[in-house]
Ligand binder design. Structure first.
Ligand SMILES: Cc1cc2nc3c(=O)[nH]c(=O)nc-3n(C[C@H](O)[C@H](O)[C@H](O)COP(=O)(O)O)c2cc1C
Length: 239
């Protein structure tokens, strides 16, 4: 049964740089017991192969390798346990990039939102122009038309006027444009801290609890302590 309580989150992985964000996000969703309906574009699979050396294949029916990935030699991102992997296999379903017969192609199937992470400029353009040329773009269009949460984690620099205009139009249509731009104010000590900054902001917008990063204004004993008392928080805060 597809009830609001058991509704899955849609995760699309497309061909922008930043495959690690997808791996960390997927594992965080599983850790939070969130069912995931995933789609990987062929370019997304290529970037995963290039950047973290995993073969997931554009039409792969499983993301087991992504579920078992960890950042090399950083205890902040330990190797997932057998139990985590078992849970992941149960919670994560993967759909073909060109299959429009699957549940997430229709607004009648309930979801708790959609994240495109990472989101290529090409997929952004397809979403903004409502082309529905593949399942990622179709599912994103469904989320916009149903006024559900759609988070776009773009990664590109510098940005062309076209990309800026497309981001503007996506935001006007109700999407949350959340580029992979890690902040440095949470006591960064390793690459995993930077990855976690972006994943934490995604989870925050989905209202999924996590402890990936120390929040601004909360105490720490580390040397990179910043903003530990309310008086340190600048007006307007940080994003
Ligand atoms: C290794 C690699 C890295 C890429 N990085 C980016 C990127 O950071 N941002 C982006 O918008 N496109 C990037 N691209 C280009 C996209 O993959 C390309 O536009 C592709 O058509 C996107 O298809 P998709 O949106 O269906 O995944 C990259 C391609 C490769 C092979």
């Amino acid at each position: 049964m597809n009830s609001p309580d058991s509704a899955p989150l849609v995760l699309a992985i497309t061909g922008a740089s930043g495959a690690v964000y997808a791996a960390r996000l997927l594992q965080s969703l599983v850790a939070a017991d969130i069912p995931v309906h995933a789609v990987v574009s062929p370019s997304g699979a290529e970037v995963v192969r290039q950047e973290i050396g995993l073969e997931i294949g554009g039409n792969s029916r499983d993301l087991n390798s992504l579920l078992s990935y960890c950042w090399p030699s950083d205890s902040k991102w330990p190797k997932p346990s057998e139990e985590d992997l078992k849970k992941g296999r149960k919670l994560v379903k993967v759909f073909n990039h060109h299959d429009f017969m699957v549940p997430i192609a229709s607004g009648s199937f309930l979801t708790r939102g959609m994240v495109v992470c990472p989101c290529s400029g090409s997929t952004l353009s397809g979403i903004v122009h409502a082309t529905s040329q593949n399942l990622v773009v179709r599912a994103a269009d469904v989320h916009l038309k149903e006024h559900r949460k759609l988070i776009l984690v773009n990664r590109e620099t510098p940005l062309s006027v076209f990309q800026l205009e497309n981001m503007h139009r996506a935001a006007q249509a109700g999407a949350i444009v959340l580029p992979a731009m890690p902040g440095w104010y949470h006591g960064v000590q390793s690459v995993v801290d930077l990855i976690d900054f972006v994943v934490a902001r995604i989870l925050d917008h989905l209202q999924i609890p996590h402890q990936l990063i120390r929040r601004w204004g909360t105490p720490t004993s580390g040397p990179s302590c910043i903003g530990t008392s309310p008086i340190d928080v600048p007006s307007g805060g940080t994003e």
